[in-house]
Design a binder for this molecule. Structure first.
Ligand SMILES: [Zn+2]
Length: 413
């Protein structure tokens, strides 16, 4: 099967005709169809298929227990109304790269595996990377049992209803110990490659990021009869804080977003008593992120004081920077920067940019346990988590070649 035909098979699964986006949520029918597709691809190639204790799917070329395996893959689930590329590009490219290696007739010294991690986006249970987190022991069984979807269905119930044994979920150190290197190919979720004019990039790190809740408390009153001078309107301080976040992020070369807001009493003719806004901020390093968030909070306090508003700021979540394995990253750059001599190589003068990302991935979760790396494929608009997410077919094929070069380079030694 070619990249093109595999892509065409996956394309209709879980697509909403109303939005054109994908709704491939964990343990639903669309997810089951994607999983059936993965299993069929593995079996049609004579690979050893495995379903692990956490519902992640594996396809092995060579002895799974031999150790020092080279593994590639991504995920097939989606965010609500997500695009076609986030996840599936990495899985389809994995099968296509394996086909490419077979066509090159290379002899591999190490086992090779392809993987589809379950529930990467967290669209249903609100926590991302559940499959890899469970395997790596970064999510306990007790925590996993408490995950509940919008209909009150727990993760174990959802797994059981989809025909999986939820009684086995938990850390999987033996399986991860088989892996010498994990490489995830992913569509870029930004425009760095488009701006630099490169098809392929190598990940340096996943930016540290966090979420902070800002509670601005004032006094509810009548929107018609309360003189402006008499108001304690928290919406004003909030609005000024949104602008401050934009300013601080721009000055620091970071990103900061107020994307969610709750207002009380939330009446069209009432001055609010409470405005609660959530700040999401990410930066290339911890110090920059601290500078941004400290700056936003300082500005918010000044605006709040000026309007007689009480302010509470609470950090609700935080994920530190994830640095990908430096030796593996350099190895990828070395492999992709030279001609592999197989005729399908990527050219002697290819310079592959190394870039950071503000998005989380299974590769980031696993990087705490095994050497991991990522390849990015150019996304001309940078749009992701939307039906507009896109990569040109030429670039996808270049991604397959790069992945095949990397797998060959890593597994042949
Ligand atoms: Zn993804």
């Amino acid at each position: 099967m070619t990249f093109h035909s595999m892509w065409a098979e996956l394309l209709p699964i879980g697509r909403s005709s109303a939005s054109g986006g994908y709704r491939r949520f964990a343990w639903t029918g669309a997810d089951a169809d994607c999983r059936a597709w993965f299993k069929a691809q593995a079996e049609s190639r004579g690979l050893t298929y495995e379903l692990d204790r956490n519902g992640n799917q594996w396809a092995w070329l060579g002895d799974p227990t031999a150790g020092d395996a080279v593994v590639t893959g991504s995920h097939l689930d989606s965010v609500p109304d997500g695009g076609a590329f986030d996840g599936p590009l990495g899985v389809v490219s994995s099968f296509a790269a394996l086909d490419e290696l077979r066509a090159r007739q290379v002899t591999l010294a190490k086992p090779l595996a392809l993987v589809n991690f379950g529930d990467e986006e967290g669209a249903r249970f609100g926590l991302a990377c559940v499959g890899s987190r469970l395997a790596a022991g970064q999510l306990t069984v007790e925590q996993a049992h408490r995950l509940t979807d919008a209909d009150g269905v727990t993760l174990p119930q959802a797994m059981e209803r989809a025909g999986y044994d939820a009684g086995t979920i938990g850390p999987d150190p033996e399986r991860l110990a088989r892996i010498g290197a994990f490489v995830e190919l992913h569509v870029e979720q930004g425009r760095a490659l488009d701006l630099s004019g490169d098809r392929i990039g190598i990940a340096s790190a996943i930016w540290p990021h966090g979420r902070w809740r800002f509670d601005f408390r004032g006094e509810a009153n009548h929107a018609g009869t309360t003189r402006l001078a008499d108001r304690r309107d928290p919406m004003l301080s909030y609005a000024e804080t949104v602008l401050a976040a934009r300013r601080e992020a721009r000055l620091a070369g970071a990103v900061a977003t107020f994307g969610k807001i709750a207002v009380e009493p939330n009446g069209v003719n009432a001055i609010p008593s409470l405005v609660r806004g959530w700040l999401d901020s990410r930066a290339a390093d911890q110090r920059t992120l601290d500078t941004v968030v400290t700056g936003v909070e300082k500005a918010a306090r000044e605006y709040a004081d000026a309007h007689g508003i009480e302010l509470d700021v609470v950090r609700e979540s935080f994920t530190p920077v994830v640095e990908f394995d430096h030796a593996l990253r350099d190895e990828l750059a070395r492999i992709l920067g030279r001609d592999t001599g197989t005729g399908a190589g990527t050219g002697a003068d290819l310079k592959v940019p190394v870039l950071g990302t503000g998005a989380g991935h299974d590769a980031g979760i696993l990087s705490g346990t095994i050497p991991t790396a990522m390849l990015f494929v150019r996304n001309p608009t940078g749009v992701s988590h939307s039906p507009a997410e896109y990569a040109a077919e030429d670039d996808c094929v270049a991604g397959v070649t790069a992945l095949a070069d990397v797998l060959e380079g890593l597994a042949r030694r």
